[in-house]
Design a protein around this ligand. Sequence first.
Ligand code: ADP
Ligand code: NA
Length: 330
Amino acid sequence: TTGARIFSGIQPSADSLQIGNYIGALLQWKEMQVTNDAIFCVVDLHAITVPQDPALLREQTRRTAAQYIAAGIDPEQAILFVQSQVPAHAQLAWILNTITGFGEASRMTQFKDKAARQGADAASLGLFAYPTLMAADILLYSAEEVPVGDDQRQHVELARDLAGRFNSRFGETFVVPKAVIPTETARIYDLQNPEAKMSKSAASDNGIIWMLDEPARTAKKIKSAVTDDQREIRFDRAAKPGVSNLLTILSAFTGTGIPALEEQFTGRGYGDLKSTVADAVVATFEPIRSRALALLDDTAELDRLLSRGAERAEAIAQPMLERVYDRVGL
Ligand code: ADP
Ligand code: NA
């Protein structure tokens, strides 16, 4: 592994990951762990920026880690760990809070969206500080590249600004990271509402394809996906969001480009497209599901593996935190 240091994470905010996490994150990570020095995290401190059930969070943290491994993240090749097990994340986040402008943080669109959903009074200070915690995740490891979906672009931008600001105020300390965003066609939308990004935390489960769902349920959801009242299978995000979303999924799961798929489906119906997508998704997710469930059968072994990951992460994070404390006069 001679490539750049990369860091990325997913929140353990549901029992299962969804297909957008797989296409937008895990698929990229799996490739990058071979060529890069990769660090992958289950970001449980981020998950508590919205209210959590403690027992459920603990369970979902394990389930998320198991799904990383089941989907192909190799805990030997990459460092795989749980964020809260390395205290330096919370400690650096506090320091970064002190150099972040209130107005600057207020401009983060994810905060505005999530706060609007919760109601301004229900939203926590932790939710507001989500982006500085994410900056800490990245900067602690001197990550050069951060593979994320384009919904996280603004947060990585903030991490860059904070790295530069800290360096100019206190002396060269952090690597200025850059976002590695998969192409526009790696963004997956809700099957029932193909204008909205698919998300673990969506209000309704009907439009979400879960990695750990029963294959029959996954197939049924795909076959009930919202399309349009035309008959043409063509990629056009604005005019045909449902069909475009199905083509995106099929392209990611088969490795066939979208133009080739459009050609392949000329003159064929939406039912045909949906069955093809369902078969492709089930063929990939069924073995991932079995592997994840097997890993979750032995939580002692999984926990051991995660603590070893945390030790490896800490060996990088702790010296950086000490350098930062020293620089700021602590
Ligand atoms: P979620 O919105 O499902 O809770 P997270 O916020 O935990 O997902 O994000 C984990 C990773 O998955 C990020 O890199 C994010 O950009 C990516 N991701 C999440 N949803 C999608 C989606 N619908 N399409 C593409 N990538 C996504
Ligand atoms: Na997200």
